[in-house]
Write a protein that binds this ligand. Structure first.
Ligand SMILES: [Zn+2]
Length: 98
């Protein structure tokens, strides 16, 4: 009857969690195992998403993930960037009225 979600550990709402599994619940470091190739990334869910997409700082990319997942993860990363950008630019909203 409870609404309790066993997967709702900090930050687990991110759709990136559909593609990775938290390795060690006892460690402060977010080590996440890729669901497609068992590679373990360190640095949380955003790092895993970068790994799935490829072409980021770590330079490696998952070779087993499907193209559509890659696209999905890439869009997630972009959306987050844009959300931050929009929030940063909100104070300049008045300029639109000339
Ligand atoms: Zn992988």
């Amino acid at each position: 009857m409870a609404n309790y979600e066993p997967t709702s550990i900090r930050g687990k709402k991110d759709p990136g969690w559909n593609h990775g599994t938290l390795v060690n619940l006892n460690k402060p470091i977010d080590r996440i195992k890729c669901n497609y190739c068992s590679k373990i990334t360190k640095g949380g869910i955003s790092r895993l998403k970068e790994y799935l997409v490829g072409g980021f700082r770590n330079a490696t990319a998952c070779k087993h993930v499907s193209e559509c997942v890659k696209v999905e993860m890439k869009e997630l990363i972009e959306t987050k960037k844009q959300a931050k950008f929009v929030m940063d630019s909100v104070p300049h909203f008045d300029d639109m009225d000339n």
